[in-house]
Design a protein around this ligand. Structure first.
Ligand code: MRU
Length: 350
């Protein structure tokens, strides 16, 4: 496979702090921000300066290093006790994307298994965070290559939200598939759902694909069935925030609607995600915690109200697509197919 070069590095450990692209500023500014304390990292994840399941996993791992640096003057036992508490706190900064809990857990293992002094543990945590960062890019490239094999020649791919370089350390999961496919077939193109209410499709996906010269058409969320009926969509590929052991998949709100429309129109619907997004501790999607976000996201656009004052609002950040609607889950170990209970269990075996 020819690798397509993505120019974006979303998050990176630099010496003693975490550097990340501030995604609240898109599409007006592309600016890096340096996060230097554990509490600031908690807020960066919560307020979505950094977002996207794999990216917030890495941010969580960085956050544990930041807390470790702040606790460095404590005696070793106390340092470990406090740091494990801080790590658990970091894991609560957002509830749905399991990559956050997964990466924090990886850091907790380093803390628990280390024989080093405080300084040594901090160094080991830093090295582990950098390792997770580098692995994320490698994993995405593998996902991209496996996914590219099922992209029809000249296809138009529909995606929802942003599962790109900006949702990961770089390259992307769903958009990694797009990048790898585009490297071999520059006639493919993307339709991007705008993704209300936070507009990740409009603000982020169109930005990163355009930066890479990949032809992209922005559509509003309600338009997908219209274009599917016209035969203008050949395949859907989205990311995931948490996948249950039976394949049920939580992703950005609206994904479920797209999956139903794809099924009706006989269009393959793929999820692209690393194995770290699969939560084998839960049997079905019913157990996935769904984040309820601020009502302002629905009532306002760019600070301006778009509805009657006082109207009732509900704003779940994610929905769960039942496994029956999913044609395949593209992972770094290949494409998992139904029966997902079996193929997922198999993927975790070796
Ligand atoms: O609320 P967000 O922007 O963090 O939600 C992001 C998504 O839903 C992505 O599709 C998902 O995290 C996969 S990212 C590779």
């Amino acid at each position: 496979m020819t690798e397509f070069k993505s120019k974006i590095r979303t998050i990176e450990w630099v010496d003693t702090f975490s550097r990340m692209v501030d995604q609240t500023l898109f599409p007006y500014e592309f600016k890096y921000v340096d996060i230097k304390t554990g509490d600031d990292m908690f807020d960066a994840i919560k307020t979505m300066i950094v977002r996207g399941a794999p990216a917030i996993g890495i941010a969580g791992a960085h956050g544990v290093v930041l807390y470790a640096q702040e606790l460095k003057n404590l005696p070793r036992d106390e340092f470990i006790k406090k740091l494990l508490e801080k790590a658990d706190y970091m894991a609560t900064s957002r509830p749905t994307a399991v990559n956050l809990m997964w990466a924090v857990e990886k850091q907790k293992e380093v803390i628990k298994n280390s024989n080093s002094d405080v300084k040594g543990i901090i160094e080991e945590l830093k090295q582990n965070a950098i390792k997770l960062e580098n692995e994320d890019i490698e994993i995405n490239k593998k996902i991209g290559d496996y996914g590219a094999e099922v992209v029809p020649k000249g296809a138009t791919l529909l995606t929802h939200c942003n599962a790109g370089a900006l949702a990961t350390v770089g390259y992307g999961t769903a958009l990694g598939v797009v990048r790898s496919a585009f490297a071999n077939d520059p006639t493919i193109q993307v339709f991007a759902d705008e993704t209300r209410p936070r507009q990740q499709g409009a603000r982020i996906t169109t930005l990163e694909l355009t930066m890479d010269g990949i032809p992209t058409t922005l559509i509003t969320d309600g338009m997908c069935s219209y274009f599917m009926k016209k035969g203008m969509i050949d395949m859907v590929v989205t990311g995931a925030d948490r996948i249950a052991a039976n394949g049920d998949t939580a992703n950005k709100i609206g994904t479920y609607t797209v999956a139903i429309a794809a099924k009706y129109h006989n269009i393959p619907f793929y999820i692209a995600a690393p194995l770290s997004t699969i939560d084998t501790s839960i049997k079905t999607g019913d157990e996935i915690p769904i984040e309820e976000r601020s009502h302002d996201e629905v009532t306002h656009i760019n600070g301006k109200a778009i509805c009657a004052e006082g109207v009732n609002i509900i704003n779940p950040g994610f929905d769960v697509t039942p496994h029956e609607l999913i044609s395949g889950i593209i992972t770094e170990k290949g494409i998992l197919r139904p029966d997902y209970k079996k193929s997922i269990a198999e993927a975790f075996k070796n």
